[in-house]
Design a protein around this ligand. Structure first.
Ligand SMILES: [Fe+2]
Ligand SMILES: [Fe+2]
Length: 168
């Protein structure tokens, strides 16, 4: 699978979400560059960053869906959860010395675009309506949500500074 290219139909029109999705694509492309590298430390770092950033994005998105009262929030969370587990298993295999970079890259590439098109796009109307009706979605709201999500993730993963470097 080649370098991922962002295409217009992936945009949700929710600015912060599009920024985050594009950033995941950048991480996946870095993984593509390094996938055959003999430098396992560099590979390990890019895998960890890709996974951490994806988890951060999921948490942000889920908070946004909860706030918006999106009817299928639980289902959407479940999809994220299953995917996080699959990626986690692959990361464990990598840390155990297996050569999974190519497999991980293929899985992330296929999954991300399909998830954006098929599942993320479903919440767009609900979120936009909520933001329009409440005046939410300002820069300040986005920062506030990020802070809350960051706090929650730091607690959950017991890692100080978790994703501050990513969302900063
Ligand atoms: Fe999602
Ligand atoms: Fe998403």
């Amino acid at each position: 699978m080649a370098v991922l290219q962002w295409v217009e139909d992936l945009n949700t029109g929710i600015e912060e979400i599009d920024i985050q999705h594009r950033r995941i694509v950048d991480y996946i492309n870095r993984l593509h560059e390094l996938r055959e590298s003999p430098d396992r430390a560099a590979l390990s770092e890019v895998i960890a960053e890709t996974v951490d950033y994806t988890i951060s994005h999921f948490a942000y998105e889920e908070r946004m869906l909860e706030d918006s009262g999106y009817a299928f929030t639980d289902l959407h969370k479940r999809v994220h959860e299953l995917f996080t587990r699959r990626v986690g298993e692959m990361q464990t295999r990598f840390e155990a010395g297996e050569d999974v970079a190519q497999e991980l890259h293929t899985m992330l590439s296929r999954w991300l675009f399909s998830h954006i098109r098929n599942e993320d796009h479903c919440y767009v109307d609900a979120v936009k309506t909520y933001q329009r009706m409440t005046g939410k979605g300002s820069k300040q709201d986005i920062e506030h949500t990020k802070q809350q999500v960051m706090h929650k993730l730091e607690k959950k993963y017991k890692r100080k500074g978790f994703f501050a470097r990513l969302f900063g």
